[in-house]
Design a protein around this ligand. Structure first.
Ligand code: FAD
Length: 318
């Protein structure tokens, strides 16, 4: 069976959920071989093996933390040479997409970004994407070279599938470009204690209808009762009510959670572009004609200041 390289996103050995989703999808098209880099790479092996990695290629070097993406591209290229995989899968983060694009260029391959599903095809893996502001769903495959595919978080349910997970150390020679741009400092964002927006299973968003920064407290209260991330429409962000890092949409972040709850958001095409692939969509809006109701699974026509606190109390009571 063909091997599929999976780039491991981890923090000091703790594997992040999008990588486990990639391993689940990789098993549909071959045998996953994980590539874990940087500090704690070796500590990822047990988790990766539990989720189907037949092999874990590791390389710990300071360059991965001290420099930008090129050392990681060098390592993936080395892994590609060692394994000759049927595909390379990378999580669809900003960094993941840069790694994928650079790797595809090196390999002379085609690249597919932001896939929301993946299946085996007669002529290689077939990726599903949501395109043109989510107006169309397309299926595509790479027709040149080894397919390099980035997959959006929450595109697959994580399934455990114990495998050998044999750890092998990867031999990497860093290119001249690898040390071209040095990271001179890192300032971690103040933690809200909420999950990362693009990876959260539930997202609770607020729009212009929230009517003020202080009123986002009721959106946050609902989010916290559900263990959710908080999102915002551009109107709310432009008004200065919520940080830009939380904007969902065409010029914000693209989310695909199990549950998306839109409060006081009209459902403009640019907002939909960032959330339309959510599995279940709920909207609270006082205007029954709001376009958001065209795409919801459940809609509440009502004032969010009445509905959202009731919903929060109901969730807390369970
Ligand atoms: P509105 O459209 O004003 O809707 C507010 C809604 O709240 C209304 O439906 C109203 O009925 C409802 N409401 C009001 N009060 C209440 C209440 N008390 N209870 C319940 N409901 C209430 N937008 C994004 O979100 N993300 C993007 O990334 C993005 N990118 C863009 C890129 C470009 C190039 C352009 C041109 C636009 C972009 N926009 C984006 C903006 C987009 O077109 C809309 O203007 C924006 O999404 C509207 O935000 P909203 O739904 O919060 O506000």
């Amino acid at each position: 069976m063909a091997e599929v390289l999976v780039y491991v996103d981890h923090v000091d050995g703790a594997v992040r959920k999008p990588t486990l989703e990639l391993l689940t999808l990789a098993r549909r098209i071959g045998e996953p071989v994980a590539v874990a880099l940087g500090s704690g790479a070796g500590d990822t092996a047990a988790t990766l093996a539990e989720h189907g990695a037949v092999k874990v290629l590791t390389h710990e070097a300071a360059e991965y933390a001290d420099y930008l993406v090129v050392p990681k591209v060098d390592a993936l290229q080395a892994a590609h040479e060692a394994v000759s995989p049927a595909a390379v899968l990378v999580p669809s983060s900003a960094e993941g997409k840069e790694i994928a694009a650079r790797l595809a260029l090196r390999l002379g391959s085609g690249v597919i970004t932001d896939a929301v599903d993946l299946e085996a095809g007669d002529e290689g893996p077939v990726a599903t994407q949501s395109v043109f502001a989510a107006s169309y769903t397309t299926k595509s495959r790479v027709s040149k070279g080894t397919p390099v595919i980035t997959v959006k978080p929450n595109s697959a349910a994580v399934e455990a599938a114990p495998a050998a997970g044999a750890v092998e150390s990867l031999s990497v020679t860093f290119s001249e470009q690898a040390t071209g741009t040095k990271v001179t400092g890192r300032t971690p964002r103040e933690s809200t204690g909420r999950p990362e927006l693009t990876e959260a299973a539930i997202v609770v968003s607020g729009g212009r209808g929230v009517n003020g920064a202080e009123n986002f407290a009721i959106i946050e209260a609902l989010a916290d009762s559900l263990g959710a991330a908080v999102g915002a429409s551009r109107a709310a962000v432009d008004a200065g009510w919520y940080p830009h890092t939380n904007q969902v949409g065409q010029t914000g972040k693209s989310v695909s959670p199990q549950l998306y709850i839109a409060n006081g958001i009209s459902g403009a095409i640019q907002h939909r572009a960032g959330m339309q692939t959510s599995k279940t969509i709920v909207a609270v809006n006082k205007d029954a004609e709001a376009p958001i109701f065209e795409l919801v699974d459940f809609g509440v026509v009502g004032d969010l200041f009445d509905v959202v606190p009731q919903l929060t109390e109901e969730v807390k009571a369970r």
